[in-house]
Design a protein around this ligand. Structure first.
Ligand code: CUA
Length: 227
């Protein structure tokens, strides 16, 4: 989860988020190289007295400053495409979680099991409880097994919402009348938080998502004892 002064991306808890972080760092490095080069050239332009006698024609330099940015963009475009297709691939999921956005709470359905469904509301902050997370805690958590492919189906009942969990690399819009699909693979136990990220009304900020990642054994236990 995000903590104080966290200026970077949150730690990843899934292989896809790891790939997203690698791509972000890669692109940022290229961006820094361009900024330094252009910055150096611009500063030099101010501090010299050179005059160009052939200002109208410069075929060679124009060829160079067209081809170099093209190659630079390819170095960003190819990993970006790879990531795009990786994020969309769903490989033989174990279970399916359906999440439905409402104003202003999420409701969840475990479609593989009979009548496992519940609403998930944000709960009031309680400062006497150190395990209570302000504006992120919910009354009913999503329980999911770690180290398994999970299919997420997302939709909404009223307006557009967005089911977003930074540490898992998931961000998908919940549209009324449409069913969107994404996938998830959590590679460690823990609690992971998300928030709605589509401006959906007055209480947009107060419909958090809370996932509790447990072992498959604990998950089966939870499903069996679900009343
Ligand atoms: Cu739901 Cu913003």
């Amino acid at each position: 989860m995000a903590t104080w002064s966290n200026f970077n991306l949150q730690n990843s808890a899934s292989p896809l988020m790891e790939q997203i972080i690698f791509f972000h760092d890669h692109t940022l490095i290229i961006l820094i190289m361009i900024t330094i080069l252009v910055g150096y050239l611009m500063i030099n332009l101010f501090f010299n007295k050179y005059i160009n006698r052939f200002l109208l024609e410069g075929q060679m330099i124009e060829l160079i400053w067209t081809i170099i940015p093209t190659i630079t963009l390819i170095f960003i475009a190819l990993p970006s495409l790879r990531l795009l297709y990786l994020l969309d691939e769903l490989n033989n999921p174990l279970i399916t979680l359906k999440s439905i956005g409402h104003q202003w709470y999420w409701s969840y359905e475990y479609s593989d099991f009979n009548s496992v469904e519940f609403d998930s509301y944000m709960i009031q902050y309680d400062k006497s409880n150190i395990n209570n997370f302000r504006l992120l805690d919910v009354d009913n958590r999503i329980i999911l097994p770690m180290n398994n492919q999970i299919r997420i189906m997302v939709t909404a009942a009223d307006v557009i919402h967005s089911w977003t969990i930074p540490s898992l690399g998931v961000k998908i819009d919940a549209n009324p009348g449409r069913l969107n699909q994404t996938n998830l693979f959590i590679n460690r136990p823990g609690i992971f938080f998300g928030q709605c990220s589509e401006i959906c009304g007055a209480n947009h900020s107060f419909m958090p998502i809370m996932i509790e990642s447990v072992s498959i054994k604990n998950f089966i236990n939870w499903i069996n004892n679900y009343s």
